[in-house]
Design a protein around this ligand. Structure first.
Ligand code: COA
Length: 373
């Protein structure tokens, strides 16, 4: 029996052309392009094209993709009715998971496994995730969903559908960057879960539902929400140190820190730190960034552990007016592009993913009749 790698740590299980991470040098690369280059110069729509097609789009190709995304943003009224009728979720990720599962029932191509149909489903899901998440956010607040505005970019339109107001240019630009940064991250837990499901040749919606269920956990996409809850409990800079030291003394994790792959700064955190500072200052609420920076410095001093993607996204989303419970769903609004790229790659060169376990339970027991136990 091969050596056991608990948590599949450091195990390479497939080849992929989509995304590479250099955990020693803090590099994240989509299809050969550094994430910092893309964050500075690109748009989310361009990155979606890149992830799905392996190259940056020419002008006409980008225009076509943008038009297709816009065209597919509205969701069927039946789905919105369903969202309104769902019992209040304990966590809105439950509602997103349910919504995407239900969406396959409205999709005429749900069981069509041809490449063309799967690419069209990837497009529809990527276009509609923002619509669904914004609608869920509004229904939770007792408000009516706001329909998409075809004139707005993917990022600006999401903020518009969520808040009912067209965002200012800076907010839309920063949110677009946040979407770029969250779009893919190689074989992270939710992408891996989606690929495992796809590897059984199950349908694309089922693979994405697996991804959503996996992203929900606090060790993955649920961390940004926990970070903001922590910041709200801390409230003032003078309480930050004792709060965090107390967590560490109890051997508890400080959310938004640490990473399985990066042994240096998470390159996404570098950009999100600036986003948090800039948006906080512009919103007249610099304290969330300041407390965050204080915690980051303390974690470096005490534990030598770096902030990850979820740490500064929390305070940035907060000052953008995004409800805290929606933070993991925002992650999904972006990551749907990466999940679908990976599922398409898995289908294109499929091998069932089925690892082994080293059995450590008892052996050789003999069945004992129930009244003799
Ligand atoms: N706060 C405090 N200590 C942490 C920590 C954190 N956020 N993350 C890691 N550590 C410590 C662990 O306690 C452990 O210490 P030990 O060896 O003394 O027991 C060591 O660092 C290794 O951590 P471990 O959880 O075993 O690493 P992992 O690779 O399995 O886990 C994460 C990676 C991301 C799950 C982990 O860092 C974590 O739980 N972070 C908080 C949740 C989070 O922000 N998730 C979003 C990830 S993008």
């Amino acid at each position: 029996m091969a050596a056991v790698n608990v948590g599949l740590q450091d195990v390479v299980i497939a080849q992929s052309e989509i995304c590479s991470i250099d955990g020693q040098r803090g590099k994240l690369v989509y299809r050969g392009y550094d994430i910092h280059d893309l964050a500075e110069n690109s748009t989310f729509e361009e990155v979606v094209y890149l992830l799905w097609n392996g190259c940056l789009p020419k002008r006409a190709e980008l225009d076509e993709l943008c038009a297709q995304l816009v065209e597919n943003r509205p969701v069927t009224p039946g789905l919105l009715d369903l969202l309104r009728q769902l019992p209040p979720a304990q966590h809105p990720m439950e509602s997103l998971r349910t919504a995407v599962s239900a969406l396959s029932l409205y999709d005429a191509e749900s069981e069509d496994m041809s490449e063309g149909a799967n690419r069209r489903k990837a497009l529809r899901l990527t276009a509609q995730f923002g619509t669904i998440v914004a609608a869920l956010g509004r229904i939770r607040d007792g408000k009516e969903p706001v329909g998409p505005d075809p004139k707005l970019s993917h990022a600006a339109n999401f903020l518009f559908m969520l808040t009912g107001k067209v965002p200012d240019e800076e907010s839309a630009h920063w949110f677009d960057i946040a979407l770029i940064l969250h779009a893919d991250h190689s074989f992270n837990a939710s992408t891996f879960a989606a690929r495992v499901t796809a590897s059984t040749l199950s349908d694309l919606h089922s693979a994405i539902v697996s991804g959503i269920g996996t992203l929900k956990g606090p060790l993955h996409g649920g961390a940004n929400e926990q970070v903001m809850k922590m910041l709200l409990e801390i409230q003032t800079m003078d309480k930050a140190e004792s709060y965090v030291k107390n967590l560490l003394a109890q051997k508890k994790k400080v959310m938004g820190f640490g990473h399985r792959v990066y042994h240096t700064e998470d390159p996404r955190a570098t950009v999100l730190r600036t986003m948090s500072e800039d948006l906080g200052r512009r919103a007249g609420q610099p304290k969330w960034f300041e407390i965050s920076k204080g915690i980051e410095d303390l974690m470096m001093r005490e534990k030598k552990i770096n902030a990850n993607v979820d740490f500064y996204s929390a305070s940035a989303y907060y000052v953008l007016g995004i409800p805290i419970g929606l933070y993991p769903l925002i992650f999904a609004v972006s990551r749907i592009s990466g999940w679908t790229a990976h599922v398409l790659e898995q289908y294109a060169n499929n091998k069932l993913i089925r690892p082994l376990a080293e059995y450590t339970g008892p052996r050789g027991l003999k069945y004992v009749p129930i009244d003799q136990r």
